[in-house]
Design a protein around this ligand. Structure first.
Ligand SMILES: O=C(O)CCC(=O)C(=O)O
Length: 275
C-alpha cells in the first residue's frame, strides 16, 4: 500500500509538502542516474538548457518512473484518481557548479488552474543539507501567491530566477531524502535550495507536475499523458509514451513540447534565461 497515510496527508495539508515517501529501490534510482549519464555521454546537448524538460518523452526509463504505481498511489491520495503527467524536469547540481534554486512558488508562472496538482520530486541521489536539498517554507501554501523578483541570476536553476524575497530561513525545513525516496509539494508552497557542497552530483527527477484532468493550462499549451483514470476534460495535447531511447519522432515531440513550455514560462517576460 503506498497511498498516503492519514498522518502523511495531515503533513501535506498543514505544511504544504510530505516527505519522505518510499517509492523506488536504490537500484531503480541508480537506473535513472545511469540513464542520465548515458544520455549525457552519447548526446551531450540533449539535456542542456530547456532539454532538461520532458525527458520522459524520449526515454523508457523516465517513462516508467513517471507512470510508477507507487508514486501514482501517493499522488492519487492528494489529487484524486484522474491523473495526467503534465511535465518532467531534471534538477541537477554538479559539485563544481554553483547551482541553486531561489525561493519561489511553482504556481506563479506555470498557468495550471485550478490548483488540483502536485509536484513529485524523486531523489535520484541522496539529497541532504550538504548537497543542497530543497527547503520548504512550511505552511506558506495557505497564503496567496507572492510577488516574485525576476533576477535571471548566475547559477539559478529557475527560468527567470524568480525569487520571493525575505523568506524567514528559520521557518524553512530541509527535505532530506535517500535515493529512491520522494517528496510531494503543493503548487503554492514557497521553496528553494542552496549550493551543492559535496563531491558528488545531486540529482532530482521531478514530475512537474501530476495534474488532475480538471486542470486547465491558462497561458498556453501542454503535452500530457494519461497516468490513471479518465480525462473527461481533454484540455491538453497528448504525447506518445517513449518505447525506445531517443527515437526521432519522440525527440521532435519533446522539442515541440519545450517550445510551448518556454512560451508559458516566459509569458510577459522581456528576457529569456538559460532554461
Ligand atoms: O531541485 C531543487 O532544488 C528545486 C526543485 C523545485 O523547485 C521544484 O521541484 O519545484
Amino acid at each position: 500500500m503506498t497511498y498516503l497515510t492519514s498522518n502523511q496527508l495531515k503533513q501535506y495539508n498543514d505544511e504544504g509538502y510530505v516527505a519522505p515517501v518510499n517509492v523506488l529501490t536504490k537500484d531503480e534510482a541508480n537506473e535513472i542516474r545511469n540513464e542520465i549519464e548515458f544520455i549525457e555521454n552519447k548526446w551531450p546537448q540533449e539535456l542542456e538548457g530547456s532539454g532538461r524538460n520532458y525527458v520522459h518523452l524520449i526515454s523508457p526509463v523516465f517513462d516508467k518512473i513517471s507512470h510508477n504505481e507507487k508514486i501514482l498511489n501517493a499522488v492519487e491520495s492528494i489529487i484524486g484518481k484522474n491523473i495526467l503527467v503534465c511535465g518532467t524536469t531534471l534538477f541537477i547540481k554538479n559539485p563544481s557548479e554553483k547551482g541553486f534554486v531561489s525561493f519561489h512558488q511553482d504556481a506563479k508562472y506555470i498557468g495550471l488552474e485550478p490548483y488540483n496538482w502536485v509536484t513529485a520530486w524523486i531523489a535520484v541521489t541522496d539529497t541532504n543539507e550538504e548537497n543542497g536539498c530543497m527547503r520548504m517554507w512550511a505552511g506558506s501554501h495557505k497564503k496567496d501567491l507572492k510577488d516574485h523578483n525576476q533576477k535571471f541570476d548566475e547559477g539559478n536553476l529557475l527560468t527567470r530566477g524568480q525569487t520571493v524575497e525575505n523568506v524567514p530561513l528559520e521557518e524553512t525545513k530541509p527535505v532530506v531524502l535517500n535515493a529512491g525516496q520522494m517528496s510531494l509539494h503543493h503548487p503554492k508552497i514557497v521553496h528553494g535550495s542552496g549550493l551543492n557542497h559535496s563531491k558528488d552530483r545531486r540529482i532530482g527527477f521531478v514530475i512537474q507536475s501530476y495534474i488532475g484532468s480538471d486542470v486547465d493550462q491558462v497561458l498556453g499549451k501542454m503535452y500530457v499523458q494519461k497516468a490513471r483514470g479518465e480525462d473527461n476534460f481533454k484540455y491538453h495535447e497528448y504525447a506518445p509514451r517513449a518505447k525506445q531511447l531517443m527515437n526521432s519522432k519522440d525527440i521532435e515531440t519533446k522539442r515541440k513540447a519545450n517550445d510551448e513550455l518556454n512560451k508559458i514560462f516566459y509569458s510577459g517576460s522581456k528576457k529569456i534565461g538559460k532554461y
